[in-house]
Design a protein around this ligand. Structure first.
Ligand code: HSE
Length: 432
């Protein structure tokens, strides 16, 4: 039987999961590939820490060069995360004639063009199923079974940590801070969980989805993004009163004016399947012109779901399937097939929460400012004061009909400058 040697960079949560599958379930890999796929090196700066997998003697190393310089290693798996040294290591793997597998969305969102051009130059491949939505075979489906479609929209929960935190907060059992700590403990969160909760991770994944589904090269840093930090327990109560739940959604919507990309906490109708996706689950609703709507759901974070995608990529690479997809899709190549819409021209509904002085004329002032920007109010809630809320200020909730983003942002700025508006206006999107 032919032997194919694999090396792994990064022996953290996901790396350990990959090692478990490769060492403990070798039979499965042999059965589907017909080849002896061997994990011969695991490289990390820390090789003395305890992991719950038995590693054969001689496999652990801190010497990355010994992998680049070994012509008998055929595939390199990058699970270090972050930009450097991951970028350099991927380039060195490609240069030294090895195919690459990565789960690193930050790296692809930032350096996709450079890395894919290098892979083409050296006639190698990069597989990256685990980079978006962990265990869900999403990229594979978009790139192969659904390739006959022109996509109209993708609306997705792509960050397991945020979905977990929002689910915990919604249930009323856990406060925000405790939920973040729990997500870290469960191995869902990034090394720096700020990347999860401030929407960065979702924007990076959305940039990758925009590339795959729409052929659009979007700078992830320019994708308007709002995280979940400003979402408060009371927002869940008001959302429920209005018939919604709150989810951090990454959305790509194509219209005649271009592609709209954004990440935002969003009110989703309670009967929408996305609203029912809880805990670390991710979900994606893609609408193609031929297939119509399709819905994917699965675990988007955590050790074994992500390892499942990485090892799936190893098998595809060994079998030559990755090479076909890589060659035919020409990702991160040149021309941008979709025009990106300017954020000011986005069009949609919003939910606004204000704290205001409970005085005569305040509502009149607020509605006047919104009216001036051609924003029509769809609903309004102000509860009578009770013991919990003092009488001299009130929480006001407004939802808008569809309006232009530019006008809304101007209105919010003006509202925040009013003496009667206390503090920041919290704005969430409302799913169309
Ligand atoms: N921190 C990420 C998440 C891990 O919570 O979804 C998977 O990319």
């Amino acid at each position: 039987m032919e032997t194919l040697n694999v090396a792994l960079f990064g022996f953290g949560t996901i790396g350990t999961g990959v090692a478990k599958l490769l060492f403990n379930h070798k039979d499965r890999i042999i059965r589907v590939t017909g080849k002896n796929v061997c994990l011969v090196k695991i490289c990390d700066t820390n090789i003395t820490g305890t992991r719950d997998v038995d590693v054969p003697r001689g496999v652990l190393t801190t010497d990355a060069d010994s992998i680049f310089n070994d012509p008998n290693i055929h595939i390199g798996i990058e699970l270090i995360g972050g930009l450097e040294p991951a970028r350099t290591f991927v380039l060195r793997l490609l240069e030294s004639g090895k195919d690459v597998i990565t789960a690193n969305k930050a790296l692809l969102a930032q350096h996709g063009a450079e890395l894919f051009n290098a892979a083409r130059k050296y006639n190698r491949t990069i597989a990256f199923e685990a980079s978006v939505c962990g265990g869900i075979p999403l990229l594979n489906a978009l790139q192969t079974a659904l390739q006959a479609n022109s996509f109209q929209s993708i609306t997705a929960i792509v960050n397991g940590t945020c979905n977990y935190i929002l689910s915990q907060m919604e249930s009323g059992k856990t406060a925000y801070k405790d939920a973040v700590a729990q997500a870290q403990k469960l191995g869902y969160a990034e090394a720096d969980p700020a990347m999860d909760v401030n929407g960065t991770d979702s924007a990076q994944k959305l940039a990758i989805l925009a590339q795959i589904a729409f052929g659009a090269s979007a700078d992830w840093q320019l994708i308007p993004r709002t995280g979940i930090e400003a979402v408060d327990a009371i927002d869940f109560r008001y959302a429920k009163e209005l018939g919604y739940r709150i989810k951090l959604l990454a959305a790509a919507v194509r219209s005649t004016e271009g592609l709209e990309l954004h990440v935002s906490p969003t009110l989703v109708k309670a009967d929408n399947p996305l609203a029912k996706v809880r805990d670390a689950f991710n979900a994606v609703r893609a609408v193609g012109d031929a297939v119509g709507p399709v819905f994917f759901q699965g675990l988007g974070a955590g050790q074994m779901p992500t390892a499942s995608a990485v090892v799936g990529d190893i098998i595809d690479t060994v079998l030559g399937r990755t090479a076909i997809t890589f060659r035919t899709l020409n990702l991160w190549k040149t021309e941008q097939a979709a025009v990106l819409k300017s954020p000011n021209e986005f069009f949609g509904k919003s939910y606004l929460r204000f704290k205001v002085e409970d005085q005569p004329g305040v509502m009149h002032e607020i509605t006047g400012i919104l009216g001036k920007q051609n924003i029509s109010i769809a609903s309004m809630i102000q509860h009578e004061p009770d013991e919990e809320s003092p009488h001299d200020d009130a929480v006001l909730i407004l939802t808008t009909h569809e309006c232009r983003e530019g006008g809304l942002l101007t209105a919010i700025e003006t509202l925040e400058s009013l003496p009667a508006v206390l503090g920041k206006v919290v704005r969430l999107r409302v799913q169309r």
